[in-house]
Design a protein around this ligand. Sequence first.
Ligand code: COA
Length: 332
Amino acid sequence: MALFRGREVAILGSGSYVPSKILSNDDLSHMVDTSDEWIVERTGIRERHIAAPGELTTDLAEKASIMALKDAGIRPEELDMIIVATNTPDTLFPGVGPKLQGRLNAQNAGAFDLQSGCTSCIYALTVAATGIASGIWNNVLVIGAEVLSRIIDWEDRNTCVLFGDGAGAVVLGGSNGSNGRLISAELRSDGTKSDFITLPGGLIENPASEETLREGLHYVQMKGNEVFKFVNRVLPDFLKHMCQEAGLTPKIIDWWIFHQANLRIIEGITKRLRVPSEKAVINLDRYGNTSAASTLIALHEARYDGRIKKEEKVILTSFGAGMTFGAVLYQA
Ligand code: COA
C-alpha cells in the first residue's frame, strides 16, 4: 500500500517559469530535416522555450520558486528543505539545490538535487511529502528545473524536436484540513531498460575525451520507439492499480497531469484507462518535453487558471530514463 499516513500534507502554492526565447517547429525545419507537420502529427509539440546563453538551471528554478513561495504565503526562512528535481544541474557539484538555498536566503533549510530521469519530480514530491507526514519537516520547496537545450544534439532530428527548457515549483506543507491532501504515491523502476535513454559521456563510464566529443556522447541518446512502446505497455495498468489501492477507479479522477512527452502517448493511456481525453492537462504543444519540470509546470498552470477546483482528485504521473516511472495522487 502506498497511501500516505501520519500528518496530512497539502500543496500550499505553485509557480513556473520558462525562458523567453521560443523555438518553433518551423525554426527547427531550417536546422534539421524535419517539418512542422511531422512534429505535430507524431508528438503534438508546436514550440518550445530555450534558455538564453548564460541562463542556468538555477536561474529558472529561482524564478519558479519565488512565485511558488509567494503563492503559498511562505517566507524562505520558513522552509525546512529544498529539493531540486533535475537532470541538467549547472554542474555536477555543487548541486542546484544548495545554490538556490543560498540565493533565496532560506537559512533554515537543507537542500539537495534529485535525479531520476523525467520522473525526478514525482520522486521529489514523494520524498518531500514523506518528510512532512513523518513530522521531520514542516515546509518543503520542490522544484523541477531543466536546461535540456545544452545537452541536445541540434543536428539529431530524433531528439532535438522533443525537448524544451523550463521550471515548475510547489511548496508542500502540513494540511490545515481544508486545503487538500496528498493521498498516495507509487515509485517504480525497470533498470533492465536502462539503455533506452542515456547521456553516456563526460562522467565515470566515458570520461570526457576527444573521442567522446567526436562521437557526441555528451548529448542525449534515445531509443524513442522503445520508450514509446514501454510506456504504453506499462503505464495504464500501473495507474489503474494505483487508483485501486486508494479505493478509487480512473473514472473518479478529475484531472490527469501526465508527463508532457508526446500527445500520442497521453491519448493512448487515457484511451486504455477509458477516461475522457479532456481530463488530461496538456501544455506540451507550447513547451515540448521539459523533463523533470514538465508535470510541475502543468500542475501550476491548471491551478493558476482555476481548472483544478477544491476537493477535486488529481494524478501527476511521469516516466523517464532508468526507466523510472511513478505517480502521486492528491485531493485539491
Ligand atoms: N522529422 C522527420 N522525420 C523524422 C524525425 C523528425 N524529427 N524523427 C524521426 N523521423 C523519421 C525516422 O527517421 C523514421 O524514418 P524511416 O521510416 O525512413 O526510418 C520515421 O520518421 C519514423 O520514425 P519512428 O522513430 O518510428 O517514429 P515514431 O512514430 O516512433 O516517433 C518519436 C518518434 C520519438 C516521436 C516517438 O517514438 C516518441 O515520442 N517516443 C517517446 C520518446 C520520449 O517520450 N522520450 C522522452 C521520455 S522522458
